[in-house]
Design a protein around this ligand. Structure first.
Ligand SMILES: Nc1ncnc2c1ncn2[C@@H]1O[C@H](COP(=O)(O)OP(=O)(O)OP(=O)(O)O)[C@@H](O)[C@H]1O
Length: 470
């Protein structure tokens, strides 16, 4: 290992999240009250109260750091909100707790072994909260003077900063002047300067200036002018994942690999050394281990080797909470001839908490479709919503959701602002659902190419009772 000391996390990059409308973008939490009781519809989630309540208890245990190394299985028919609830869990976790989500099939890759992929996922879901003491100058800007007489040469200047008790003038070099300009710092701002790196952070505007700057817009944050000394020692905490520490310290990887996502396999010896080092930091009070959540969707896609790995990995000191989801009933465990609930071996099932999701009532389907329509900015006529609800009940919730999107395109084509029943009818005849597709294939079997008998996928419909749509 090159060096362990300067563990550099990729900080300082300000990436802004892209707002996209994904399948679960309407989920903002689990919609529970203070007593962890689910509200009928809140934060984007509707119904499924028992499962949401159970998930709320799990979140509480994770946030308190009390449920690492356990497994939770979300089990239920397709489209009953298992992934949605997992998303709700991720939104409810404390801010710096990692939540890692993957689909079981992602584990199978030519680039790395299954166990390496799972190990990386495990270590991504473990946070290391690193505490550092920094020396900062924190105060309200009184004045910034830049000497502009020296054209072409590097600029110099003076910065006057105060607290309620003292005032000091600092000399400014070119770099600091640039940073002040970049952050648009002006007199009346309360700022913090990290003395080691020279980084400037704007904390807000001083309350004393509140009146003068009424016109600055409602997003201006007002703060008190700091008291006491200008220079102070401050504890700063940042959280990186164990996997990030692995990658940064791996000689063959380097931290650019983190951004490229191309991390390859990491040597077990390196991981052992890092575990020891992190253990030392923990004893010295420099770092805390914060186990987060690893969510594995479509768990029945894992094979028996992966399950045996999971069983063992869950027992290690550094294990997150593993939440798994499956829509299978009794089905074959991949790589064996044995059948087991959700395709998960009995020994793993035995150590898991199982949360069940149940099919929705018509009212709930209607509410979910309504939420999705507003998420996608689609204006649905009441009657069209009722038709979609009926379709959702008879086919699947997902199909009805897809029709919202396509029907809104159909409405736009006829230059209407609202989606009406005619639009729904039109797309219903254009795009068939899974049941109509199956019926059609059965009726026209002869016109298609013959059977392909996939060795693994040849489970019969009877063996997989819940498997209706994907
Ligand atoms: N209770 C709910 N409240 C709000 N939206 C929901 C709810 N349940 C499901 N949805 C939405 O319905 C769609 C399908 O649900 P989801 O993907 O969570 O089902 P699933 O149980 O994971 O299905 P599968 O087993 O097929 O993976 C998603 O867009 C999801 O956000």
């Amino acid at each position: 290992m090159a060096s362990m000391a300067p563990i550099t996390a990729p900080t300082g990059t300000s990436t802004q999240a892209l707002e996209r409308i994904g399948a679960h973008s309407h989920i903002r939490g689990l919609g529970l009250d203070d007593q962890l009781q689910p509200k009928p519809a809140a934060q984007g989630l509707v119904g499924q109260s028992a499962a949401r309540r159970a998930a709320g208890v799990v979140v509480k245990l994770v946030n308190d750091g009390r449920i690492a190394g356990r497994a939770v299985i979300l089990a239920g028919p397709p489209g009953t909100g298992k992934t949605a609830i997992a998303m709700g869990v991720s939104r409810e976790l404390s801010e710096d707790l990692p939540f890692v989500s993957l689909s079981a099939s992602e584990v199978f890759s030519l680039e790395m072994s299954k166990t390496e992929a799972l190990t990386q996922a495990f270590r991504r879901a473990i946070g290391v909260r690193i505490k550092e003491e920094k020396e900062v100058v924190e105060g309200e800007v009184v004045e910034i003077i830049v000497d502009r007489s020296l054209t072409g040469a590097t600029k110099t200047g003076k910065l006057t900063v105060k607290t309620t008790d003292m005032e000091t003038v600092y000399d400014l070099g070119q770099k600091m002047i640039d940073s002040l300009q970049r952050e648009k710092v002006s007199a009346g701002d309360v700022i913090a300067i990290d003395k080691a790196s020279g980084r400037i952070t704007k904390l807000g505007r001083s309350f004393t200036r509140a009146r003068e700057y009424d016109a600055m817009g409602s997003d201006t944050r007002f703060v008190q002018c700091p008291e006491g000394e200008l220079q102070r020692r401050k504890d700063v905490v940042h959280t990186v994942s164990l996997h990030e520490i692995d990658v940064i310290n791996s000689r063959t990887q380097g931290f650019l690999a983190l951004f490229a996502g191309d991390t390859g396999e990491i040597k077990p010896e390196l991981r052992d050394q890092i575990n020891v080092k992190v253990g030392e930091w923990r004893e010295e009070g420099k770092a805390d281990i914060v186990p987060g959540v690893l969510f594995i969707d479509e768990i029945h896609m894992l094979d028996v080797e992966c399950f045996s790995f999971l069983n063992r990995a869950l027992e290690s000191d550094l294990a997150p909470l593993v939440i798994m989801a499956s829509n299978r009933g009794l089905t074959r465990v991949r790589g064996t001839r044995y059948r087991s609930p959700h395709g998960v071996p009995i020994d793993l099932l035995d150590r898991a908490l199982i949360i069940q999701t149940k099919p929705y009532s018509a009212e709930e389907i209607k509410e979910i479709l309504n939420i999705r329509a507003s998420e996608e900015d689609v204006d649905l006529e009441q009657e069209a919503l009722s038709v979609l609800t009926r379709i959702g009940g008879e086919t699947s919730l997902r199909y009805a959701q897809l029709l919202i999107t396509t029907a809104s395109l159909a409405a736009r084509r006829r230059k209407a602002a609202r989606v009406e029943v005619t639009d729904v009818r039109r797309v219903y005849s254009l795009f068939i659902d899974e049941r109509r597709s199956t019926t059609y294939l059965e009726e026209h079997a002869r016109e298609f190419m013959g059977d392909v008998d996939f060795e693994e996928g040849s489970t019969t419909a009877a063996a997989v009772p819940m498997e209706t749509s994907a």
